[in-house]
Write a protein that binds this ligand. Structure first.
Ligand code: PGA
Length: 249
């Protein structure tokens, strides 16, 4: 059964006190939500264990994790540490990690496998930059991100992965993909997943759209048969806007 999900990626925003307020407000509104979508928030690392104590109907995600289990990796946070803080999901391969920190598909594949082995559910992001779309390379780029990023996952593991399609040109820009563009790419992604794994895994896969999704455009994006929810940046920093997106289903 395909799950609907709306996840809020807070990125590097909110100090601890503000983050706790935001999490509390999201939890309160989520308790009366009008849709059956799973609601996830991804605050910064520093907030995770405190936020955990404030939420029950909302699920907790990290924004990244290490590619190694433990040891001398200054600054890194392992999947096992996240699990020990009550985290259930982890965003991997966000375009900001890919571009600013040069995270490539092979590294992300290691992170995915380690996260899965520790019981985290990855939200694996893929997406093309504007130049790749305009030159028609977008399909090759997305295919490679999926083939290399999801390489050698078992059937059981792939069943725990959520994919987020985030066209880079739509992230934080106010320019949103048209419902047609989103549907076309989500269908393409589902077809690739069917090719790599099988048709049943592909049909059950939750594929989120991300990039300037807000209350005013969520409904028409989510109305597409292959769009199963959203990964929300800016609009996730206001509890009312975020829940309005959740309630768009
Ligand atoms: P945005 O970000 O909603 O602010 O465009 C989405 C994301 O980067 O996940």
């Amino acid at each position: 059964m395909r799950k609907k999900i709306v996840a809020g990626n807070w990125k590097m925003n909110t100090l601890l006190k503000d983050g706790m307020e935001l999490a509390g407000a999201v939890e309160k509104l989520a308790q009366d939500k009008e849709s059956d979508a799973i609601v996830i928030i991804a605050p910064p690392y520093t907030h995770l264990s405190k936020v955990r104590e404030l939420i029950s109907s909302v699920k907790l995600s990290a924004q990244d994790c290490a590619s190694e289990d433990s040891g001398a990796y200054t600054g890194d946070v392992s999947p096992a540490m996240l699990v020990s803080a009550g985290v259930e999901y982890v965003i991997l391969g966000h375009s900001e990690r890919r571009s600013y920190y040069k995270e490539g598909n092979e590294l992300l594949n290691r992170k995915l496998k380690l996260a899965l082995s520790q019981g985290l559910k990855p939200i694996y992001c893929c997406g093309e930059v504007l130049e790749e779309r305009e030159s028609g390379k977008l399909y090759d780029v997305i295919r490679e991100q999926l083939v290399a990023g999801l390489k050698a996952l078992s059937m059981e593991q792939i069943g725990k992965v959520v994919i987020a399609y985030e066209p880079v040109w739509a992230i934080g820009t106010g320019v949103v993909a048209t419902p047609g563009q989103a549907q076309e790419m989500h269908r393409f992604i589902r077809d690739i997943v069917a090719e790599i794994f099988d048709a049943r895994v592909a049909e059950d896969m939750t594929i989120l759209y991300g990039g300037s999704c807000k209350p005013s455009n969520a409904k028409e994006l989510f109305a597409n048969p292959d769009v199963d929810g959203g990964l929300i940046g800016g609009a996730a920093l206001k509890a009312e806007d975020f829940l309005a997106i959740v309630n768009s289903f």
